[in-house]
Design a protein around this ligand. Sequence first.
Ligand code: TRP
Ligand code: ZN
Length: 863
Amino acid sequence: MRTDTPQAVRLADYRPFPFTIETTRLVFDLHPSQTRVKAELAVRRTGAKDEPLVLNGERLKLVSVAVDGEGLSANQYVVDAERLTIPDLPDQFVLTTEVEIDPSANKALMGLYMSGGRFCTQCEAEGFRTITYFPDRPDVLSRYSVRIEAGREFTHLLSNGNLVGSGALEDNRFFAEWEDPFPKPCYLFALVAGHLDVLADKFLTMSGREVALRVFVDPGQASRAAYALDSLKRAMKWDEEAFGREYDLDLFMIVAVRDFNFGAMENKGLNIFNSSLLLADPETATDLDYERIEAVVAHEYFHNWTGNRITCRDWFQLCLKEGFTVFRDQSFSADQRGATVQRIKDVRALRARQFAEDAGPLAHPVRPSSYMKIDNFYTATIYEKGSEIIRMLKTILGAEAFRKGSDLYFERHDGQATTVEAFIECFAEASGRDLSDFFGWYEQAGTPAVTIETAYDADAQAVTLTLTQSTAPTPGQPDKKPLPIPIAIGLLSETGAVLRDTEVVLLDRNTLTVRWDNVASEPVLSALRGFSAPVNLSTDARPAERYVLFGSDPDLFNRWEAGQTLARDLILARAAGAPDEVGEERYADALGRALVDDAAEPAFKALLLALPSEPDLALMSEPADPPALHEARNALRTRVAVHLGDLLRRLHGEMQSDAEFSASAEAAGRRALRNACAEVLCSDPHADNLERLTAHFNTGRNMTDAMGGLFPLVTIGGPARDLALSKFHRAWRNEPLVLDKWFAVQGRDPNEDALDRVIALTKHEDFEPTNPNRLRALVSTFANFNPARFHDPSGAGYRFLADQILAVDGFNPMTAARLVEPLGNWRRYKPELGKLMREQLERVAAHPDLSKNVLELATKALG
Ligand code: TRP
Ligand code: ZN
């Protein structure tokens, strides 16, 4: 809580720690409210003689300190709320500390805490300092051995590495001893003690070693971990093939916990997962859950090399592990599920979250140069834009040179805590290219705007492309320089034939002119194919040209993009009071043709059918008026529902399968298309459609179908909504993960009374604000995905969110801080709305004992 003015941490101030911690021995005597932690650190001085040893430590009750076995008296050290300082130390010594902590009172879910009766830890980024006194920074690597003592009510006592001993103790207690042979920073430390069921398997690595795999879950839930385990094995194999990376311990464990601040954590050999990203069966999980489980299991596993074996020198280098690891998990998902569909989904997420961040007061470079609370920098920019940068690197260098570069990185920096510069240097060396301009992508915030103008000379049969780039100022960066932007471009004829295959043009200055000869006819430009760079592209294309792309671009990403752009322009025109009725009919016709194309897969058609989201539309219109955008989007959707009604009903029927459930991408694609049809049809709720949607919901034999029916019924509102919601609640009231979906679907309810209902739901007996999943299901879903109701002209939506931020900040600052963002972009909204948003931000910022986390974001947003 706020005690003094928070200080910013700066990249420029980096200094190595003046000691190494060769080994770390930890002994945990676990009791819910009084846990004892004894730490024995073998320390060696590496810096100047007179440097004191300064260890981080917060909320610790210090019991004793000793150097080489000699207890220190109170005048031989200084302890305050944030650190333990010991002057006058020899060059080499063993430091022993003992502290007491209270895991049962820890609702911040950082450090050692309790979830569902079990002990678990979350140390990244700076949670270890609430467990024991230690240099809590990623560049201090140490070899750990851990002893855990606990009561027999637990079945498993787990930590990193290998189990080297266990046995009985007095008082019905027992212990386990763990050793991790790989030096690691303390943020990768983990401990779990609980009554757990286990799903076991094994994996044979490429060099023939057998690795034991264990997934630990609540008693009775083991079968629900099967998909996660299967994903893990596929990820292990994929990393051997795609990056030459083999797993290094004999044991790999994953534990599911219900109370968790983020998605999952890559602790060495002992990943800890939010149960929503681990447990799945067809009855309780949707295809989207399956997809995310596969991706996150892979993501955390891939961290074993990108993050753990090679870690970050300091937290400014966070994208070194996160950007690269997201790129690796996205590449894995593309290989598992199909590249086009995966790319479209990744780009949708990038635009919705990262482009929005980059366009507002919280914009920051992928490698920031200062922060107050590192927790606030686990952002879409670090993760998603960080991944886009690696993707561009691969596009620019080519697959082969890219692999050479990553091989060199793994070889050269194994066992180190390193920097983004060192990483890029490996690719420069391996490819023989100068990447100094490319590094600008890490240092410059903001989304570049790229324009392309096309001029065709029929006599010369030549086309001239004029490409320009510019980036608007962001906080602290008024002047932007040009970046090297790879733009994949192809040309079609006006009838949709290929005139010229894809070529990557590197736009590395403000303006670049490219001339292509032998272009037989007036071309239609297909630019930024596959979304080859994270930029906003505008071209001089007319609707007629977009329809050519929508109908026939061989680059399926751009085919989808053309449809989105057409729909977006129609919605924006309508929201501005100038609807283009003829254009809307034309769009619906073209969409209908795309939906009957036998060559396209259902998953792709489902994406074609989804109109641009309301948050995306808000980002495209300035100033944004979310209720007007909502109405305009609905109007276009209704037109599609009426115009294509027969086709949509036919597809809705055809996509229903009576075969047994399959989690395959193909089967999921059919369910996705069926649900997309349902979502459009609910805009035209005559008796026929209503009956169809009710049947969809009532007869759904899996959660994907059930949710695919539920949201349309909620959208229709009235008795259809109430009946479906109460039926769903009755069926699932004892399944926390499904109950989260029940809250979330009401968070997205577009009806006029939704805000009142959401506020009432915070009083519901099943609403648990201390559980981040439940809190986000209702509050974040409402604030982020229901713009029409969140931006209620009365400001009541903003007041509601501010109330929630302040309430949650009292016990979980990290989660509270993540609720600030929807108020952050207040400048982009209609002045009447922006003013009300600002007032609530001011109210939050003025609160007397705000956490550093929320204070930093609220202040920057007001800035
Ligand atoms: N490193 C984790 C990942 O991206 C995420 C993470 C960072 C996290 N800090 C956390 C998870 C705090 C939970 C709590 O894979
Ligand atoms: Zn990660």
